[in-house]
Design a protein around this ligand. Structure first.
Ligand SMILES: Nc1ncnc2c1ncn2[C@@H]1O[C@H](COP(=O)(O)OP(=O)(O)O)[C@@H](O)[C@H]1O
Ligand SMILES: [Mg+2]
Length: 687
C-alpha cells in the first residue's frame, strides 16, 4: 500500500453491507446562531461477518451515530428530527443509512423490516426472577424457536455455568442478586443472537414454502445477515469480562454472518486485536479512519511519520489520543491538537475509501412493488405464536416472577394482618350503642382508603420497574409482543394475588371490631374489588406517566382526589353539585358505598346499649363519684340513636337494599375502564 493510501477493503457482496453516507446531525438550541454539529458528514460501512469497533474521544458522536443506525433518530425530508422524544423542534438530521443498497429505515418497506436488527443496551434489563435459561427459552418461544436454539446459544455464549441462575435485578418487589455484569451482557448478546437466528430461520422457511425467495426485493435470494449494534457493551466490566464480550461479538459476527458495530470505551490491546474493522471518530463525528483494524496503525504512520504508535503502546489508546483535543492545557496546545485532528480528518476525506463510503449506493426502490406482489416487509415469522400464544407465554413468566417473590408477598400479608390487628384493637367491639354508628362508618372508610392506598402504591411501584424491559421487548420487530397479551397476562396473574391482602385485612378487622357477621362476605368482596380497581388505576397512571418518579408523584394525588369526590358521607369534603357526575368515576365512592351497605343493611341498634367509649367515660365519671358528671357524659355521648342500619343508610342517601351488590358492579366497571385505558396507552404509546 502506498503512503497514505486507504486500506483495501475486503471483497464482500455489496448487498450485505450496512452503510451510512454523509450523515449530518445539527442541534439548534433556541435560535439558529446557537447550533451544534454532532455529526458532520459521517460516512462508513460495516461488513457482514466482521466486527466493526467504533472508537473516539468522549463526545465525538459515537452514541449519536449508533442511534441513527438503530433508526431511533431518522433523517427527515425537511431536515427535522422525527419520532418520539423530540426535544428540539429544529434538530436536523440528513443523510442516508442503507443496507444492501436499500434504505435501512426509510420508506414504506425499509430493509430493517426484513433484516434482523438488534440493539444491545449498555445496561440490558431482564426479568429478575427468571433464570438465564428461562429468559432465553421465553425469547426463543416468542420467536418461534425451540430448546435446541437455546442450548446452542447458551453453549456459544459461554452461559452454561450460569444457565440455571436467576438473572437478578430489580424488576420485582426487591433487588435480586443474580448473574454478573459480564454474564448479563453476554445474555443480552445471546438474546439478540437467538432473535437473529430464529427470524432468519423463519424467513428462509417462508421463502422456501412460498417459493418466492428470490422475488422478495432481493431479500430471499440470499441468507439475510442482520445487524447487531452495541453501545459501550464493555463499559463497567473488568478487563477479562470485557475481553469475553468482544470475543463473543466477533464470534457472533462470524457465525451469524451479520454486521456487528460496537462502540468501545478504552479497549485494551487484546480487545483491539479482536476487531476486524475500525471506525475512528474525531469531534463532530468526523471520520479519521474507517477500514480494517489491523491496517489502521500502518495507515496513520504512512500518512504522517509522526503518527507512529510507540512499541508496546495500546493501539486503541494511541488512536483515540491521536484524534483527541486537549482543552485543559492552554490555548496553544488546543490549537495544535485541533490542527492535527483537522489534518487527519482531511487526509481521510481525501482518500478513495472515504469517497466510496460517502457515495450512496444506487438505491433500489423499496416502494412495495416487488415482483410477485409481496414486499420485503411481508416476511413472516412462521412459528412465532399469535396473541393467544404470547398471552400464555407471558402469563407463565408473570406467574414465575410472582411465585419466586413469594416471601415478599408473605411480608405484605403479615403487614396487612398487623395493620388490621392495630385497626381492630383501636376499635375493639364497638357494640350496637349510639356511638357505634359513627365508629363503624369510620372503620369502614378507613379500611377502604387503606386498601386503596396500599394497592395503588404497590402497582405504581411495580409497573415502572419492568417497564424498560417490556418496552424493549415490545419494540422488537420480531419475537416481540403486543400490549394486549402483556397487559392481560399481568392482570390475570397479579390481580388475584393482590386481592388476597385486603381479604386478610378485612377478615381480621371484621370480628375484632364486631362488624355485622352476615355482611362480612360483601365487605370482603368490596375490599378485594377495591384492590383490583386501585391496582388498575395505578397501572394506568404508571403507563401514562413518562417516568416512575412522576407516576409516584401523580398516583397518590389522583387517589386523594378520588377520596374527596367519592366521600358521600361528607366526612372529608362536600362535593359540589357540579362535580357530582365526576364522583361516579371515583373508585372510592363505590368502595365506601359497598362497605357501608354491606354493614348497615339489616343491622339493628340498641339505643340503650353501651359502647366501649361510653363505658369508659362512665367508669371515669363514676370514679370521681359525681353522678352529675356521669349523666352529662352519657348525654353528650349518646345523642339520638338510629334503630336500624337502614336508618343510617337513608340518612346518607344510600340504597336500603342491594346496595353492596350494585356497588360491586360499579367497581367492576371501574376496573374494566382502568384496564381499557391502560391497554390503549400501551397499545398506542408503547410501554
Ligand atoms: N439531543 C442532544 N441534545 C444536546 N446535545 C446532544 C444531543 N445529542 C448529543 N449531544 C451532544 O453531542 C455530543 C456527542 O454526543 P454522543 O454521541 O453521546 O457522544 P459519545 O457517545 O461519542 O460520547 C455530545 O457533546 C453531546 O452532549
Ligand atoms: Mg456514548
Amino acid at each position: 500500500m502506498e503512503a497514505g493510501a486507504p486500506p483495501d477493503p475486503p471483497p464482500v457482496p455489496p448487498e450485505d453491507v450496512l452503510g451510512w453516507h454523509n450523515l449530518r446531525y445539527v442541534i439548534h438550541r433556541g435560535d439558529r446562531r446557537r447550533e451544534r454539529t454532532i455529526l458532520s458528514g459521517t460516512s462508513g460501512i460495516a461488513r457482514p461477518g466482521r466486527l466493526l469497533g467504533v472508537l473516539g474521544p468522549s463526545g465525538s458522536g459515537k452514541t449519536s451515530l449508533m442511534t441513527v443506525l438503530a433508526g431511533k433518530l431518522r433523517p427527515a425530508a425537511d431536515g427535522r428530527r422525527k419520532g418520539r422524544g423530540r426535544r428540539h423542534a429544529t434538530d436536523g438530521l440528513v443523510g442516508d443509512v442503507t443496507f444492501g443498497g436499500e434504505p435501512f429505515h426509510e420508506g414504506p418497506h425499509p430493509a430493517s423490516e426484513r433484516v434482523p436488527l438488534s440493539y444491545i443496551e449498555q445496561e440490558p434489563r431482564f426479568f429478575s426472577n427468571l433464570t438465564v435459561r428461562e429468559t432465553l427459552t421465553l425469547d426463543a418461544n416468542l420467536h418461534g424457536g425451540d430448546a435446541s436454539d437455546v442450548d446452542d446459544v447458551v453453549r456459544r455464549l459461554g452461559l452454561a455455568a450460569c444457565a440455571d441462575t436467576l438473572v437478578g435485578g430489580d424488576t420485582g418487589g426487591k433487588e435480586v442478586r443474580g448473574i454478573s455484569g459480564g454474564e448479563r451482557r453476554r445474555l443480552a448478546i445471546a438474546c439478540e443472537t437467538l432473535s437473529l437466528r430464529c427470524s432468519r430461520g423463519a424467513a428462509s422457511e417462508n421463502a422456501v414454502s412460498e417459493k418466492k425467495a428470490d422475488t422478495i426485493g432481493g431479500a430471499g435470494k440470499r441468507k439475510a445477515g442482520g445487524v447487531i449494534l452495541a453501545d459501550e457493551p464493555t463499559t463497567g466490566l473488568d478487563a477479562h469480562a470485557a475481553d469475553k464480550i468482544v470475543e463473543k461479538l466477533a464470534d457472533t459476527a462470524r457465525e451469524e454472518r451479520c454486521c456487528v458495530v460496537a462502540v468501545l470505551h478504552q479497549p485494551r490491546s487484546a480487545i483491539f486485536q479482536k476487531l476486524d474493522d475500525l471506525l475512528l471518530l474525531a469531534s463532530g463525528g468526523r471520520v479519521a479512519y474507517c477500514g480494517p483494524a489491523a491496517e489502521a496503525l500502518t495507515y496513520f504512520e504512512k500518512t504522517d511519520p509522526r503518527h507512529r504508535c510507540p512499541t508496546h503502546h495500546n493501539p486503541a489508546e494511541f488512536l483515540v489520543d491521536l484524534v483527541a483535543i486537549n482543552c485543559d492545557a492552554g490555548s496553544e496546545v488546543e490549537a495544535a491538537d485541533s490542527a492535527r485532528v483537522d489534518a487527519i480528518c482531511a487526509a481521510w476525506a481525501s482518500t478513495g475509501a472515504s469517497a466510496a463510503h460517502a457515495a450512496v449506493p444506487e438505491v433500489r426502490s423499496n416502494g412495495g412493488d416487488s415482483p410477485g406482489g409481496d414486499s420485503p416487509g411481508a416476511v413472516r415469522v412462521s412459528n412465532a405464536p399469535g396473541p393467544l400464544g404470547q398471552f400464555a407465554l407471558l402469563a407463565g413468566r408473570a406467574w414465575r416472577q410472582t411465585r419466586r417473590e413469594a416471601w415478599v408477598r408473605v411480608t405484605q400479608l403479615a403487614a396487612s394482618a398487623a395493620l388490621a390487628a392495630a385497626f381492630g384493637a383501636c376499635n375493639f367491639k364497638v357494640g350496637y350503642g349510639p356511638k357505634s354508628v359513627k365508629r363503624r362508618a369510620a372503620v369502614l372508610m378507613q379500611s377502604c382508603i387503606n386498601t386503596s392506598m396500599l394497592a395503588i402504591c404497590r402497582s405504581l411501584n411495580g409497573f415502572p420497574r419492568e417497564r424498560a424491559t417490556v418496552s424493549r421487548e415490545m419494540r422488537r420487530k420480531r419475537g416481540g409482543y403486543t400490549a394486549g397479551p402483556y397487559f392481560f397476562s399481568k392482570l390475570l396473574v397479579e390481580t388475584p394475588v393482590d386481592m388476597i391482602f385486603p381479604v386478610v385485612f378485612g377478615a381480621t378487622v371484621g370480628p375484632m371490631v364486631g362488624l355485622r357477621r352476615e355482611g362480612r362476605g360483601w365487605f370482603l368482596a368490596t375490599l378485594a374489588l377495591q384492590t383490583a380497581a386501585s391496582s388498575t388505576l395505578g397501572t394506568s397512571v404508571g403507563a401514562l406517566s413518562p417516568s416512575a418518579e412522576m407516576a409516584l408523584a401523580i398516583g397518590p394525588c389522583v387517589m386523594v382526589l378520588c377520596i374527596m369526590l367519592g366521600d358521600e358521607t361528607g366526612a372529608f369534603a362536600e362535593v359540589p353539585d357540579a362535580l357530582a357526575p365526576l364522583a361516579n368515576a371515583s373508585l372510592i365512592k363505590w368502595g365506601f358505598r359497598g362497605c357501608l351497605c354491606s354493614e348497615f343493611e339489616g343491622l339493628k341498634f340498641d339505643p340503650l346499649g353501651d359502647d366501649r367509649a361510653t363505658k369508659t367515660a362512665a367508669k371515669t365519671a363514676a370514679k370521681t363519684a359525681k353522678a352529675a358528671i356521669v349523666a352529662r357524659a352519657k348525654k353528650k355521648m349518646d345523642g339520638p340513636c338510629p334503630r336500624t342500619g337502614e336508618d343510617v343508610l337513608e340518612d346518607m342517601g344510600l340504597p336500603l337494599r342491594g346496595g353492596a351488590a350494585r356497588a360491586a358492579k360499579a367497581q367492576c366497571v371501574v376496573v374494566l375502564a382502568n384496564a381499557a385505558l391502560t391497554y390503549l396507552v400501551l397499545r398506542f404509546r408503547g410501554a
